[in-house]
Design a binder for this molecule. Structure first.
Ligand SMILES: [Fe+2]
Ligand SMILES: [Fe+2]
Length: 219
């Protein structure tokens, strides 16, 4: 584990942008493994920051955007997309209460759309010279149908919040094509939010449903 890896450094495939560090011959032989460990560090940061508040460096909405913070934010977005794919695959098969059967089909559609989002984000990371992370943000599951849907709804709330920040960062850095791609993604995330909220009989706007639903477990 690379728990002590400096969080401010962004992994990039371009060798010239990797911070110069003395490495042993064994580390040099490891090549990509050394860099992948950096990704794991970022995925860990995404796991910790995925619950509610902006925690990762890529998430600070009131700091001026930098290319590095944009890349780190996109890595965290990608980890959240992986998590969404896994949760929707499981929940689409495990919803078994008559009241929620109509949403089960929708959850399968969501799983495909989250995969599409992950591919788009990975493509943008590649464009920016970064190697995409390979670990999901922390996956949450439940045996209770209603709790499953609340988990998904809150994950969508969180994802939308982070994409709003990312769009602002992309625009402020003049990355307009990226901003446009993120806008397409956020539209689908809002559709997911609306469908889940409708199934649960609550309003989609999370600012109007504070205190509703099962208590969130702190990870
Ligand atoms: Fe997504
Ligand atoms: Fe979504």
């Amino acid at each position: 584990m690379q728990a002590s890896a400096p969080p401010a450094r962004i992994f990039t495939r371009r060798a010239g942008r990797i911070p110069a560090q003395k490495s042993s011959p064994r580390q040099r032989r490891r090549g990509i493994t050394h860099n992948v460990n950096r990704e794991i560090g970022m995925a860990e940061a995404a796991k910790k920051g995925s619950s509610s508040r902006d925690a990762g460096k890529g998430q600070s909405s009131n700091q001026p955007a930098t290319r590095e913070s944009l890349i780190q934010g996109l890595q965290e977005d990608l980890a959240r997309e992986y998590k969404a794919i896994i949760q929707y695959i499981i929940f689409s098969q495990k919803v078994d209460t008559a009241r929620f059967m109509s949403i089960a089909q929708e959850l399968q559609v969501h799983a495909h759309q989250e995969l599409d989002h992950a591919l788009k984000i990975a493509r943008q990371l590649d464009y920016l010279g970064a190697y995409p992370v390979h670990e999901p943000a922390q996956v949450q599951v439940s045996d209770d149908n209603e709790e499953m849907l609340w988990i998904d709804l809150r994950a969508e709330d969180d994802t939308i919040r982070h994409y709003r920040t990312r769009i602002r960062q992309a625009e402020s850095l003049g990355e307009y094509a990226l901003a446009e791609t993120l806008q397409e993604i956020i539209k689908q995330e809002q559709d997911h939010q609306i469908e889940l909220a409708a199934a649960l009989g609550v309003v989609p706007d999370d600012s109007q449903r504070q205190g509703q639903g099962p208590k969130q477990k702190k990870g």
